[in-house]
Design a protein around this ligand. Sequence first.
Ligand code: F6R
Length: 616
Amino acid sequence: MCGIVGYLGNKQAFDILIKGLHRLEYRGYDSAGVALVDNNGNLNVYKTKGKVNNLEQYCKDKNINGTVGIAHTRWATHGEPNDKNAHPHYSQSKNLAIIHNGIIENYLTLKTFLISKGYEFKSDTDTEVVVQFIEYIMQSQKCDLYSAVTHTLTQLVGAYAIGVVERNNPNLLIAARKASPLIVGVGNNEYFLGSDASPIIEYTNKVIYINDEQVVKIERGKEIEIHDLKNVKLQPVINEISLSLDDIEKGGFEHFMLKEIFEQPKSLSLCMNGRLNKELNEIKLSAITDFGDKFDKCQRIVITACGTSWHAGLIGKYLFENLCRIPVEIEVASEFRYRDPVILPNDILIAISQSGETADTLAAMELAKKQGAFVFGICNVIGSSVARMTDTGVYTHAGPEIGVASTKAFTTQVAVLVMTALAVAKRKNSIKDEEYHSIIGELSHIEEKINKIFQQVDHIKDISKIFTYAKNFIYLGRGYNYPVAMEGALKLKEISYIHAEGYPAAEMKHGPIALIDEEMPTVVIAPDNTNHLYQKVLSNVQEVKARKGRIIAIVCEGDDGVAKNADYTIEIPKTVACLSPLLTVIPLQLLSYYIAVAKGRNVDQPRNLAKSVTVE
Ligand code: F6R
């Protein structure tokens, strides 16, 4: 949700800021803007509706001088996406400019107050209120920008990552954060701001993660200063990150999403590296070695997440209940946080998040933590807010996921859940050695099995072309593949804008079957003909067929039951039931991708979406 970039150094800021915006465009892309302070007393703000390319075009004949600047790519919250609501926003005197990611909940109260003091507003945004208030404090309290920002932040309710610059002060850049991500890159006599490391990594691998309610003062020729809102000076902690430029570029693929789909064998291998020992046929997770007693004691696990991560969490429920015999409740974070949930002594909350910045997931964690739950995180982004808030956890190590529709994050989350459940089951003795070893054996072959599915990519592409006409899709699965049905449907709606729903296959006759006719494609996930649910899914397939529904079936190699009733089949290699989501989801990702491409959609930046949902 909105990407912010900043620069102060010896180079011209414009190109660095624009490149940074392109890297952060996955976070929001309805408008973009830049503010530059030059040495001649100018603070120039340029902003336009649309993507960063539009901004670049718009700036072609403008004064883009300045070695300090801030820039923003927006995902609209307050006010429609247009030029005036794009960031940066000027203060009344045009002496200050601000960029902001987050939501200021009490902005109306502050706006009313400022209007009573004679301030006029040019936009509908909450952000403009912040910069006007900073200016009001500077003027009324005769203080400098840094103090005024700090004072202003104490008055705000809500979430923010901000960058502020001042006309006549080309040597100063102020930033701050609360509940929205902010990273400072530390170069050679230069500093960078970013919502994540992607705009920074080209220049430096040294970063400072800014914590909530911290204000950063970057002054040319001086050491960076960080204070909390009570003005207590804090020691900046510089971390080295291992992200490479290749990780965040397309590498010859047409879209990030396609690259990320094809990266899954590698990302799963990185995810399991050092955790799955093929020789000893065992799983070792330091989080379970160190905190396994929490799982021994707990009577219940609660899993919370949003979207795709929630689908992975649903698979986690099946895993922990089947393998560990621990009851599991799962709930989307936005409901959990406002439901006044009952947290029992010894409860473990497992929070799952690719970005580690999802506002609802963070709030759910905070609530559970306050009530005494032990918080276990499954997260992709190192140093993210989720990672920092957990008592312990496991990184997915999927590498940066830039395509807005989540793919490799999902499969690595499932892999982490499998490994965690296996490690817990082993210590609880709730799993037979034979099953434990068979799952690990299968897990160690999962990469080659996914690669085998990729051999059918042309076949999947051909099927996709046939179904671009569809207005609706139904996805059916059972057991471990019921969450996969929901994930397949979510992928399709996100990027192709075709309406799709995922159902537990047997639920179909309780309502959705009314939708079935020759126009309606049904995707059936029935990967294992030895599974006790297979015959039941076969009956569901026959029910669809009897109503002239068109069926695409995901089945095991050599299947002769469901496949016979399907119009199109995609075969996947056999594996054990609990690992089948790692395989069945792959053709569904590809199907969505190729349908969306055939329909001419913007796959990596679908309408209305943003990668990291840092607002409620
Ligand atoms: C779907 C998708 C979203 C995210 C959700 C949670 O493709 O990407 O549904 O899964 O917004 O995001 P994280 O995992 O970053 O907390």
